[in-house]
Design a protein around this ligand. Structure first.
Ligand code: GDP
Ligand code: MG
Length: 304
């Protein structure tokens, strides 16, 4: 059946204001506004995805240096000094421009400063302080927990033991989001790397905890300050090329993790951690609901 023509001319006021026409009109208005904002609007925003990365490991293994590598592979670390670094958890957010992803990197400083063969109460406190810090920043889940270890002088039982103690403390639930990062590897070739990885996997002590690190074993490094200051150009170029590969592999890994680990779930896998965690989480929730302890909330949107 053909529709009856309307009882008014198409160019009449009645046609313009007839029932139903306002829908088209409102679409038209919105399209105009959107086009205008796109062309002239200030501070356009877009949604970004957050990936939360926790760095953990003995003090001076190179955690802060990993952060620097991720930001900019041309960064050269400070000379190694006896002065111990800060004891406060450190948080930095980086916007990966191409992927609309923000990497939130949280550093756990000052672990195993006093002993290497056991975790003492100060280490537990440091980890909990870091987790409490994350909760306050509204980071309630981790995509990757990177256990950092420096094997520059060979595989050392104390280093492996520190990984073992941390893994035990954080509990089995943490395994699916855990990886190992071997630091100070800027000057080793691919072949040496494969050999080092094989040796580590076959190491008597590491073997027992190897299956824990479900995300795998990765490397990091930095441009070596001594080589740079001596003007060893070729060496420095080689290092830059190697660490740029490490950086990309790490970022690819972080982007790949789709199933983050809620901190509360982490706590369910370790009795010790659970007890400590419950004590701090009730504390921090109370604190953060009344005021923002760290003076800033995690930004959910970034400028374009
Ligand atoms: N050449 C080189 N030096 C490193 C590397 N990582 C750490 N270092 C040195 O070790 C020092 C301590 O490292 P840092 O990243 O502060 O350790 P953190 O305590 O785990 O944060 C740095 O100042 C550097 O001198 C690395 O990958 N390559
Ligand atoms: Mg540090």
């Amino acid at each position: 059946m053909t529709e009856k023509p309307p009882p008014y001319a198409a160019s009449s006021i009645r046609a313009r204001y007839a029932d139903g026409n306002h829908i088209n009109k409102s679409r038209e208005i919105l399209a105009k506004l959107k086009a205008d904002f796109k062309s002239y609007g200030k501070f356009p925003m877009k949604k970004v995805e957050h990936k939360n990365i926790l760095l953990i490991g003995r003090t001076r293994t190179g955690k802060s240096t990993i952060q620097s590598l991720l930001i900019d592979p041309t960064n050269v670390p400070e000379e190694l000094t006896l002065r111990s670094g800060t004891r406060d958890p450190h948080f930095q957010a980086f916007h990966l421009q191409e992927d609309d992803v923000v990497l939130n990197i949280i550093d756990t400083p000052g672990l195993f400063e006093h002993s290497n063969d056991q975790m003492d109460i100060r280490d537990n406190e440091t980890i909990l302080k870091t987790i409490g810090f994350c909760i306050n920043m509204e980071i309630a889940k981790f995509h990757a927990i990177c256990f950092c270890v420096s094997l520059v002088a060979g595989i050392n039982a104390e280093d492996i033991n520190s990984l073992k103690l941390l893994a035990q403390y954080l509990g089995q639930e943490t395994a699916k989001n855990s990886c190992v990062i071997i630091t100070r590897c800027e000057s080793i070739s691919k072949k040496q790397r494969e050999k080092l990885k094989k040796e580590l996997i076959e190491d008597f002590d590491f073997k027992q905890i190897a299956p824990f690190f479900k995300l795998g074993i990765y490397f990091s490094g930095s441009i070596n300050r001594d080589d740079l200051s001596r003007g060893n150009e070729e060496t420095v170029y080689h290092q830059y090329s190697t660490i740029s590969d490490y950086r990309e592999e790490l970022i690819d890994l972080f982007l790949k993790v789709k199933d983050p680990l809620p901190v509360a779930q982490m706590a369910s896998g370790s009795k010790q951690f659970r007890e400590h965690y419950h004590a701090i989480s009730s504390n921090t929730t109370a604190k953060s609901s009344s005021s923002d302890v760290y003076g800033q909330r995690l930004r959910r949107y970034e400028y374009n």
